[in-house]
Each structure stands twice: as C-alpha cells, then as structure tokens.
Design a protein around this ligand. Sequence first.
Ligand SMILES: [Zn+2]
Length: 230
Amino acid sequence: MKRIFTLIFCLIMTIGLSQSKQIQIEFIGNCGLHMTDGTTNFYIDFPYKSGAHGYMEFNDSELDSIQENSIFIFTHNHSDHYSKKNLKKVMKNKGGQTYGVSNISELEKLGESIENFEIQAFKTDHTVFGISFRHYSYLITWHNKKIYLSGDTTEPETLSQMEEIDLAFVPYWILKNAKDQNITIDAKMFAIYHLYPEQIPSAKENWGEVENIRPMVEQGEIITIELETD
Ligand SMILES: [Zn+2]
C-alpha cells in the first residue's frame, strides 16, 4: 500500500512540475493563439470569424475544444481577430472572461490575480484607409519569459522599446517596417503570424531556414517555452 502511495505521489509531483516548467502556445490561425501553462488558459484574437477577409479558416471543432473558464484577449474588434457570435457561443458553453479595447484597465489588473502571469497593454496604431481603429498590443510575462503579441499594428516602435523579448508574434510587415525605418528589435525569436493562405509557400521559402524566425504556416502547431531551472 505504501509503495502504491509513493508511486502516486511521485506521479503527481511529476505532473505538477511539468505543468509549471513550460508554456505552450498553439497557433490556431490569423493572430489566434491558445497559450497555457497547464493551469491558466489564454486565447488571444480567437475566436475570430473563420475565413474573414480571405484569411485562415478553422473547423467548428476548434470552438468545441476551447478550454473551460479561459481568458479571451483581443487586440481589436475586426472580424479576422474577433467574432462576437462565436465568442458568445463559447462563453455560454464554457464560461470565461473577455478583455479587449473596451476594458483594458481591467485586463491590466488581471495579472495581479493570476499566478505567474503579468499582462501589459500598449495602445498601438491600426489605420485602414485613413481610419484609425482602437487597437492594443500586449506583453505577457510568464515567470521571467516575455511574449509579445503585436496584432495588426504596422508600427514597430512599441516593440522596439522593449528589452529581451523571448518570443514576439508579429505580422511580416513589422519586420519589414523595422528594417525600412532602421529600427532594431530585441527579440530572441520572431513568430510571423497573420499570413494569407496563399502566402504560406513563400513564407516557408523565405523564413523556413532562418534560425530566429518561425513562420506560422501550420494551423495547430505548438511553440513551447521552457523555464530554465538551475
Ligand atoms: Zn487582421
């Protein structure tokens, strides 16, 4: 009996440790991500409207697989990032909390109540055909790991003012604009998201072999960040 207890105890310890040692970020499509440390579940710019503006589609099963009581964070309300209808359905079935342009101050307070996470919001520019839309980019810090979520903004300045980003999710135009404007960005790794389906072959060709750039071309692919323990 004692041995069984020890075994179970060891298993629990192992599960407990492996949960707190890494964060997994699944790419769902567009800027849609599912980020979890095994305890807290974040969805960023998801659910959106499948196929909106010619961007990526997803199966209904993707909505069904959303974790209960998750935290939904949106950079802005355009349909390739946000669907009121899909979100309403998910919130009804699974519960959760929603944050975005209309309740940013609440979002920044949220980090205080979630273990191991800190969330900062930055007002960033998103102008389409001369019209400026309310838009936020986010820095999520998990333990000492910094993950930046750019969203649709075209300006690289906000990101360039940060130090030692571990992983920056950016559309390709952020890298292009940074280069054109001679702006350097201090990030270990760039995940390029928000590609049109037809841009995927050239994204693979251009960045597939680049060490610090990972194009988000495969819906469902997962990036894992490990916490160094010493
Ligand atoms: Zn967009």
